[in-house]
Design a binder for this molecule. Structure first.
Ligand SMILES: Cc1cc2nc3c(=O)[nH]c(=O)nc-3n(C[C@H](O)[C@H](O)[C@H](O)COP(=O)(O)O)c2cc1C
Length: 364
């Protein structure tokens, strides 16, 4: 399938606008998601073999997830499991619905296997997302794998009110997901990355954990359940010192883990004129050129935490070898976005198969 995708389907898809093809694919997956028979058919083709593991108290059927940004509207929640993914991260979602930046806002650098995006958190808002998720649950089409939600800050909310913005989203969405990722690392919301500063991040995490505790306490909030794992997603452009400051919050704020990394503002060197014009676009770069830096960040986080804090590795994973590199650097789970665009729908299955093979080899 990956040969068929790369040689036949991809040239056709790549001849069209990035965002239009993204929306077209999501609509197709949304349609499939409403019909269990279609989901089963997808699963027949693309389902991954089991490679189970338990991380921050959740059971994952395999370690390969779909990264944030792919399904911001929770349009195709059941389909990701059918495509072999071991978990899903929906969103980013913000408290206020917002259209994002004007198009065009997603670009392909095909020769480098890279994407640039400046979507700017286009999303329906937390309340609409909660309604959508409630709908999937009512239909009984809820995946058996863990579902997380990526939380961003609304553009209209000033930085000094960021904690309230994240907390509002968390309050309405908490009952609907298994884990949450605080995204303070997108380059496409003005000044968002300043929230990676220790004091600002501490305020956000404190307000989320307060809600988490009160909802978990008997008679507390909307749903009485165990506190939901909360992770922080970091930028690959942070210095090791800045990453270490974030790690200082891990114990006091009961962080369940770190997602490393988001897209980068850096651009690869190139003599190719076409690539240069794409790299001149404003936005975050993902895909192959991000791979090495994201692995470096993971290795640093793993070393500093002595392997005690779970890391979800994301950035430039296109095959099992790339995923293995992330796991060897200290990640326990991985995610893909650009890899799926370039390699096609059998990616999760192929990675899980490759990882299984490598693990067997290592066990001798
Ligand atoms: C179009 C697009 C939209 C994205 N939106 C989000 C988002 O809303 N929240 C977030 O944390 N990351 C977002 N990301 C970043 C991805 O989740 C991921 O961290 C990044 O693309 C690196 O992985 P990759 O090299 O596999 O693409 C987005 C990426 C792309 C390409």
């Amino acid at each position: 399938m990956s040969w068929f995708y790369r040689s036949i389907l991809r040239p056709f898809l790549f001849a069209q606008d990035s965002e239009e093809i993204h929306n077209f694919t999501l609509r197709a997956l949304a349609r499939a998601s409403r019909h269990p028979v279609l989901c089963e058919a997808l699963h027949e083709f693309f389902g991954a073999p089991p490679l189970p593991l338990t991380v921050f108290g959740l059971h994952f059927p395999n370690p390969v997830g779909i990264a944030a940004g792919m399904d911001k509207h929770a349009a195709a929640v059941p389909a990701w499991e059918s495509l072999g993914f071991g978990f899903t991260e929906l969103g980013g979602v913000t408290w206020h619905p917002q259209p994002g930046n004007p198009p065009p806002r997603m670009f392909r650098a095909v020769a480098d296997g890279a994407l640039i995006n400046r979507m700017g958190f286009n999303n329906p808002g937390a309340e609409a997302l909660a309604e959508k998720l409630s709908g999937w649950r009512t239909l009984g089409h809820w995946p058996t794998h863990p579902v997380g939600i990526n939380l961003g800050k609304s553009k209209i909310t000033p930085l000094d009110k960021a904690a309230d913005d994240y907390a509002n989203s968390f309050r309405v969405l908490r009952p609907f997901a298994d884990f949450f990722v605080v995204n303070v690392s997108s380059p496409n919301t003005p000044n968002l990355r300043q929230l990676q500063d220790k004091t600002a991040l501490d305020e956000i995490l404190a307000s989320l954990q307060q809600l988490n505790d009160s909802a978990a306490a008997p008679g507390g909030g909307v749903s009485v359940s165990a506190p939901k794992p909360i992770l922080v997603k970091v930028a690959p452009d942070l210095s090791f010192e800045a990453l270490d400051e974030i790690l200082e919050l891990a114990a006091p704020r009961h962080l369940a883990g770190i997602v490393a990394t988001n897209t980068t503002l850096a651009r690869p060197e190139t003599e190719d004129v076409r690539l240069r014009s794409i790299y001149a676009e404003t936005g975050g770069l993902s895909g192959r050129p991000l791979r090495a830096r994201s692995t470096e960040v993971i290795r640093h986080l793993h070393r500093e935490t002595k392997g005690r804090l779970p890391i979800i590795g994301v950035g430039g994973i296109f095959d099992a070898e790339d995923a293995w590199e992330k796991l060897c650097a200290g990640a326990c789970l991985v995610q893909v976005y650009s890899g799926l665009v370039f390699e096609g729908p059998s990616l999760a299955r192929d990675i899980v198969r490759g990882l299984t093979h490598r693990m067997r080899q290592r066990q001798g």
